[in-house]
Design a protein around this ligand. Structure first.
Ligand code: GTP
Ligand code: MG
Length: 152
């Protein structure tokens, strides 16, 4: 099964929503492969959002991510977790996010939208490699795994 990079942004940490957000992924049956709290360097934040470098909000985005309030960087694994992770997170602009999504439940502003999730298999691979060393990625089987994953 596949892996996605998910990051609770500084507003999510500051607003003490870390537990509630992690619970969404845990309760869905996804496996927590890696997790760490850190304040990203400007170089890391710029590289993470490099595809948006020409956008007018890029500097503000990098400043927000590197503000000094930490982010919680995670890797989640499971069936279709990249696409399902994007559904859990909701639309980029919280004004458009489904109210059942994290952004739709807890955020109102596109510049403070709480959470990131990889948008494709390609970006998931790149982001996991950018944020984590191979040795930080755990290999284990949750006790729930067979029940969650069975499809017959
Ligand atoms: P991420 O999961 O964070 O990558 O968000 P996304 O994939 O839903 O959106 P995208 O990659 O296009 O933009 C990355 C981030 O830039 C968003 O999550 C916002 O925090 C920010 N952003 C995107 N568009 C705007 C905008 O129009 N204005 C502002 N201020 N921020 C924006
Ligand atoms: Mg994105």
């Amino acid at each position: 099964s596949e892996r996605s990079f998910v990051m609770i942004k500084p507003d999510g940490v500051s607003r003490q929503l870390v537990g509630k957000i992690i619970t969404r992924f845990e309760e869905r049956g996804y496996k927590l492969v890696a997790v760490k709290s850190l304040t990203p360097s400007p170089a890391l934040a710029k590289e993470h959002y490099i595809d948006l470098a020409s956008r007018p909000f890029y500097k503000g985005l990098v400043d927000y991510i590197t503000s000094g309030t930490p982010v919680v960087a995670m890797v989640w694994e499971g069936k279709d977790v990249i696409r399902q992770g994007r559904r859990i997170v909701g639309a980029t602009n919280p004004q458009e996010s489904d109210p059942g999504s994290v952004r739709g439940q807890y955020a109102v502003s596109v510049g403070r939208n709480l959470i990131h999730a990889s948008d494709s298999f390609d970006s998931a691979s790149k982001e996991i490699e950018l944020w984590f060393a191979e040795s930080e990625l755990a290999e284990y089987k949750p006790t729930t795994w067979d029940w969650v994953m069975a499809d017959n």
